[in-house]
Design a protein around this ligand. Structure first.
Ligand code: ARG
Ligand code: ZN
Length: 887
């Protein structure tokens, strides 16, 4: 059954109050629910409640117990026929947390009980109007065995905590903020807690708490610090204050996604909470900061103002990703100014754009292509996608670019003025922004811009540049092409796609690499923001004394693909001199991609120009280490693969390796020099600050080039780095180099040492598994034997991801090698019987199957057909494989 955006109907009842009582027990939990309902229409309407995997014990209406004939109970729906305008429904039902392997609803993880309700998990807890536009005030009474579950948490404020007979106890929580049920949470168990109190902006104190498994308290200091930074940042940059007296984060070992923004009680995948220098890498520290920020920022963008329906998911996710990206960038640039600050922020931008290109662009070109506000879905759990999140964030960022920081903040203030406490749509958000935009630019609207919400596919923008010596003028023409995306291609006639509003930032450089000042829209700057709102438009810049080199799509001002033919020498010049640090990185990557594509086609060796460019970047004294590590890295094999038709994974892997070893060889003394300089402070006290992390990133990059080149000292350096490492970043850096480029005997020995040292730590063991699943020589046999390891379990999503997903999605040689496709199909089916949401993610590994050459294409198709033919497939997996096979 397909659900369509246009079918939205308001719920006929308001639900001002909900009282829930839980008798918590892992085998069978009984839930007593009392719903205070008020009809919104004149005449009686059936009351429809959602429920899944529940046993219904009783239903009462205004205190009168209903007979079975008084209501209708069918798959997933309970329908009552109340006549009064206001009434109270009481329901008693049970669920089975222990048997719940889906990790949606109420489930067991370790010795604890957790909930995950977004998107539609609350219906697995009790019968309820499980939709985001029904917002209620909750009172929650939790009862459980005191010894087993000493801590009982839910949203809001703790009203009481009392002893009960038989060793049980009870906690009552009251949440003063009305919320949709997807933001409900409860947690029960025994935890360590790290807390601090915080002076709230505007007065009063708030208690910040981080709960984690007993014995892990030493690993939550960073998470708590990040939470404080997030609170302060949202006050400073957005003027948004914490509206609670208590804000809790709880770490769960078993969790489907990254984390969840339940009101006042965020539940996190432990991977985004726990960190210390011995077990977490620099990247993990940054990811924790981002996710803690993300969930905290949802408190306003998501919770105070929520979504009317799930088609509006990007309303909260795109906006909140934009906010967490800005938070991370501000944290990276803290204390820096000028060029340094800009290149520090660019590092975040580079990482985000790389993610977009590797995850979202292919999605937008494949069978699951959808607008950031989807038009239809079969299973909403399949739409927590890179498009809704990452492209959604780009669409918010473009509004920020069009309005400027002050204008955007004014638009946010207007959004909250209009909609605080409501469940609204993406259109409502744009309208708030538009009210400011129109004030700033009389006569202009966001009417064309809104198409970003309804059009799928990555626009292609073609650039033409000409310079007129007589006029000393430079003409720049931008032309956009919006081809049908995904299943649109199958429509007859194909849907016509009108032009989008594309903010396109450009700069001009002299042939010496100096910036040229541009006069544009009454402003003078090195960067001009061109607003393309038609299919094609030409801009003329005057006072340009020579034929310039153009810097395009600065800071990646729109999520588009730029098509512009130009000589390698121009790219090399931009890679060395572009004042926009993002565009500068981009130019280097474009140059590298050309090398890689040439090597795939003709086996051509890297050009002198390319080697010289990398050498210049190695020696540039003006850039930070973190930024240098980004500009010197090569595009990944997955990025390269996206650029080839038909897709040839093995050739992509070979080319990347070849170019890396060539660069390692040709620039050996420089890499060695960088390595020696950056390794000198390896023994210093560990700190995850951006400067130190940048140094480590550069060091590990240098090591990988030396290893790739087979330098005679490299293996020894790696081994030494592993042995003396004072932190996980250096240890992992060395180990992954050994696995990727070293002698397999040494790698096996070191892996074993690593295992002996870290086997007690699940998050480190995830890394141990992942390293092996992505090793270049890993085969289906390798992963099968990893799955036989006693520490492996398909039920734990982190562990499944570290082996199965890593192999299927990040090991191109492995998955496209013998038996790879059968292995994938088998794992999708095995996971589907446990956890459909996770299975559906794995099912997407072959989204691009139709773009491969004959043999792999037919192999993937057969595997997809095999999965589709399986009886009892979940709605999640069925939607994915059916769409994949349509293309
Ligand atoms: N709202 C969460 C976040 O992005 C994601 C939760 C989605 N959960 C799920 N089971 N699909 O912060
Ligand atoms: Zn989110």
């Amino acid at each position: 059954p397909t659900i369509s955006r246009n079918d939205y109907q308001p719920y006929p009842y308001a639900l001002p109050r909900v009282e829930l009582t839980f008798d918590l027990d892992p085998a069978c939990t009984r839930v007593y629910s009392r719903l205070h309902l008020e009809r919104q229409s004149e005449s009686p309407e059936p009351l429809v409640l959602n429920g899944e995997e529940l046993a219904l014990e009783s239903v009462s209406l205004d205190g009168r117990r209903l007979a079975v004939s008084d209501y209708r109970l069918e798959d997933g729906r309970l329908t009552l026929f109340p006549e009064a305008a206001r009434f109270v429904i009481e329901l008693v039902s049970t669920c089975r947390p222990q048997e719940n392997s889906t990790l949606m609803g109420l489930y067991v993880s370790g010795d604890h009980l957790f909930t995950q309700c977004e998107a539609e998990g609350f219906r697995r807890i009790t019968w309820f109007p499980d939709r985001p536009d029904v917002m209620a005030r909750y009172t929650v009474r939790l009862r459980a065995d005191r010894a087993r579950y000493p801590l009982l948490l839910s949203n809001g404020n703790l009203a009481s905590n009392d002893e009960l007979p038989d060793g049980r106890h009870e906690a009552v929580w009251e949440d003063p903020h009305p919320k949709p049920c997807y933001l409900f949470a409860l947690v029960a168990g025994s935890f360590d807690c790290r807390e601090q109190s915080l002076d709230k902006d505007g007065g009063g104190q708030a208690l910040l708490q981080v709960y984690s498994d007993r014995g892990s308290n030493s690993k939550t200091a960073w998470a708590l610090a990040c939470l404080e930074h997030a609170v302060r940042w949202d006050e400073r940059r957005f003027g948004l204050k914490l509206d609670l007296d208590r804000f809790m984060i709880v770490a769960a070992r078993d969790f489907n996604m990254g984390a969840m923004e339940n009101k006042g009680l965020n539940i996190f995948n432990s991977a985004y909470v726990l960190a210390d220098k011995d077990t977490a890498t620099d990247a993990a520290y940054r990811a924790i900061e981002a996710v803690i920020g993300h969930e905290y920022f949802h408190n306003w963008t998501g919770n105070r103002v929520t979504c009317r329906d799930w088609f509006q998911l990007s309303l909260k996710e795109g906006l909140t990703v934009f906010r967490d990206q800005e938070f991370s960038a501000d944290m990276l640039a803290q204390g820096l100014t000028g060029t340094e600050a800009r290149s520090a922020r660019a590092v975040k931008r580079i990482d985000d754009v790389s993610t977009l290109r590797i995850a979202q662009f292919p999605e937008d070109a494949g069978p699951m292509a959808h607008p950031i506000r989807p038009e239809s879905y079969q299973e909403i759990g399949n739409f927590y996608t890179a498009t809704v999140y990452e492209k959604g964030a780009e669409v918010i960022r473009m509004q920020h670019t069009l309005l400027g920081e002050a204008g955007f903040q004014a638009g946010m203030a207007e959004y909250f003025r209009r909609h605080d406490g409501q469940a609204v749509t993406c259109d409502d958000f744009v309208s708030a922004m538009e009210s400011v935009y129109t004030r700033l630019h009389p006569g202009k609207t966001l009417a064309v811009f809104r198409r970003w919400y309804s059009q799928a596919g990555t626009p292609r923008v073609t650039v033409e540049v000409s310079w007129d010596p007589a006029q000393q003028a430079c003409n720049i023409t931008l032309t956009q092409r919006n081809a049908p995306a995904g299943i649109e291609k199958l429509q007859d006639p194909p849907t016509a796609k009108p032009p989008l509003h594309i903010p396109f930032a450009i700069g001009l450089l002299t042939r010496e690499g100096k910036p040229i000042t541009l006069h544009h829209e009454g402003r003078q700057s090195d960067t001009a923001l061109l607003e393309l709102t038609e299919a094609s438009h030409t801009w003329t810049f005057t006072g340009i004394p020579e034929s310039p080199v153009v810097s395009l799509l600065r800071n990646f001002s729109a999520p588009v693909i730029v098509e512009y033919e130009r000589p390698d020498t121009d790219l090399a010049l931009l890679a060395r001199h572009d004042a926009d640090p993002f565009a500068r990185w981009e130019a280097g990557q474009a140059l590298a991609s050309r090398q890689l594509l040439a090597m795939m086609k003709t086996g051509e060796a890297p050009s002198a120009l390319f080697i010289d460019t990398w050498q210049a970047l190695l020696l540039d004294a003006d850039i930070t280490d973190a930024y240098r590590a980004r500009v010197l890295a090569l595009p990944s094999d997955r990025e390269l693969l996206e650029k080839t038709t038909p897709m040839d994974p093995l050739a992509a892997v070979r080319a990347c390796r070849h170019l890396q070893s060539a660069l390692g060889n040709r620039l050996t003394p420089y890499w060695m020099d960088v390595y020696r300089k950056t390794a000198a402070d390896a023994q210093a006290d560990y700190s995850p600050d951006p400067a130190s992390a940048g140094r480590r990133a550069l060091k590990n990059l240098a090591l990988s080039y030396l290893m790739a080149a087979g330098h005679p000292d490299a293996a020894e350096l790696a081994r030494m780095q592993y042995d003396v490492a004072s932190n996980m970043t250096d240890r992992m850096g060395a180990l992954s180099c050994m696995l990727r480029y070293g002698a397999s005997g040494v790698a096996i020995q070191v892996l074993d040492h690593f295992y002996q040292q870290w086997q007690h730590d699940p998050l480190v063991m995830d890394k141990w598994f992942a390293l092996q699943a992505t090793a270049p020589d890993a085969t289906v046999e390798t992963v099968r034997s990893l799955m036989l390891h006693p520490a492996f379990s398909l039920r734990n999503p982190n562990r499944a991801r570290s082996v199965v997903f890593q192999f299927c999605m990040n090991n191109l040689q492995g998955i496209h090698g013998p038996g790879g496709y059968d292995y994938w199909a088998e794992q999708v089916l095995a996971l589907d019987s446990l956890n459909p949401e996770i299975a559906a993610r794995l099912a997407r590994a072959f989204d691009s199957w139709s773009r491969y050459a004959d043999a792999p294409r037919e192999g993937m198709r057969a595997a997809l057909e095999h999965v589709r033919g399986h009886a009892g497939l979940s709605r999640n997996v069925s939607e994915i494989v059916n769409k994949a096979l349509k293309i």
